[in-house]
Write a protein that binds this ligand. Structure first.
Ligand SMILES: Nc1ncnc2c1ncn2[C@@H]1O[C@H](COP(=O)(O)OP(=O)(O)OP(=O)(O)O)[C@@H](O)[C@H]1O
Ligand SMILES: [Mg+2]
Length: 325
């Protein structure tokens, strides 16, 4: 289906579970996807669907009690499934850049930005303090922060939310990572700043040729900023398709329902559609399709066993998918 040569990250059968805790089902369940150089994969799903745990599993930053199993985890041709803690730290520091929803949680409130940025750069580059300072200045300029020298002397709380996220981006790309993982990077920002930040991510991605994993619950943003889309539900991949094809005609009833929930101009006086039932806050372990209890097309077979995935370029985990367009 995809050109293996351009795959920067290959993930096959990634599962995250909490084995010591009875009653907690599998929040990420045999998930497979690939990231390609210079391209963006949007990982889309409702709250609790397993998006952040997926990112944490890739980074080796799982919460206490969680266990990861994976059949294949390869970064730029290198097996990274079994690494020592030291190598894993280096991987996070150099090869994988990260941006999260709340930049304040990732920045040290009591240290000036310059110190934090230069320390992060020197850790793996071996650069001198002067060279690291120059690098930090250049990166702040690259993320559209003018007067870089002044801001290097400031503390995180002195910056606006948008500026903090720019600083996080600068720090994420400081070692020219192969992939950028952005977990809801703009959810806390107003819509204008959100657009600026997402455009900036696109620009950095082009400049550095990074593959990006863009985690969002916002399908409209996924439409605009991704090349491929993966719909996650209760830890399962329900649909996986090139973004343009997905929006021409999603094939999983859940994806269709998600799209129908997006408010559009001109429809504002009508009640917005909603999906009946709730996404499982803690998905129940069932042998069938996790969406079956809420699905209008479900039949008894859907509950009995997990359906086989259909399609090649446009994949759907559904026994009764919508017709392709
Ligand atoms: N430390 C933990 N212990 C037990 N269960 C957890 C833990 N962290 C996450 N989970 C469970 O795993 C599931 C997936 O969580 P995750 O944080 O990946 O969701 P998410 O898709 O990122 O949601 P959101 O959009 O709200 O950020 C949830 O059902 C959550 O309750
Ligand atoms: Mg999350």
């Amino acid at each position: 289906m995809r050109d293996a040569v351009s795959e920067v990250l290959t993930v096959e059968d990634l599962t995250v579970s909490f084995p010591g805790r009875a009653g907690i089902p599998t929040p990420v369940n045999h998930l497979s996807f690939a990231l390609e150089a210079g391209k963006t994969l949007a990982l889309v799903g409702e709250s609790g669907s397993g998006k952040s745990l997926t990112a944490a599993a890739l980074l080796g930053l799982l919460p206490e009690g969680a266990q990861r199993t994976v059949r294949t985890l390869r970064l730029a041709g290198r097996d990274i499934a079994t690494l020592s803690e030291k190598d894993r730290r280096r991987l996070r520091g150099c090869d994988m850049g990260m941006v999260f929803q709340n930049p304040l949680s990732a920045l040290n409130p009591s240290r000036r930005l310059g110190a934090q940025m230069t320390e992060s750069y020197r850790l793996y580059s071996g650069a001198s303090a002067t060279a690291a300072r120059k690098q930090a200045r250049e990166l702040l300029t690259a993320v559209d922060i003018p007067d870089a020298e002044k801001w290097l002397e400031s503390y995180p709380h002195q910056l606006s939310g948008g500026m903090r996220q720019r600083v996080m981006l600068a720090m994420a790309v400081i070692h020219r990572p192969k992939i950028l993982i952005a977990d809801e990077p703009t959810t806390a920002l107003d819509v204008l700043v959100q657009t600026q930040i997402l455009n900036l991510i696109q620009r950095l991605q082009k400049t550095y040729g990074m593959a990006t994993l863009f985690i969002t619950h916002n399908l409209a943003l996924a439409a605009q900023y991704s090349d491929t889309i993966l719909v996650l539900y209760a830890g399962r991949r329900l649909e996986y398709a090139p973004t343009a094809r997905f929006f021409q005609g999603p094939r999983h009833p859940y994806s269709r329902a998600l799209l129908d929930c997006i408010p559009t101009l001109g429809r504002h006086r009508r009640a917005l559609l909603e999906i009946s039932g709730n996404a499982p806050a803690r998905p129940t372990e069932s042998p069938g399709c996790p969406f079956a209890p809420r699905c209008e097309r479900a039949t008894p077979e859907c509950v009995r066993a997990l359906p086989p995935e259909q399609g090649d370029i446009h994949r759907t985990l559904c026994l009764h998918p919508l017709e392709p367009v």
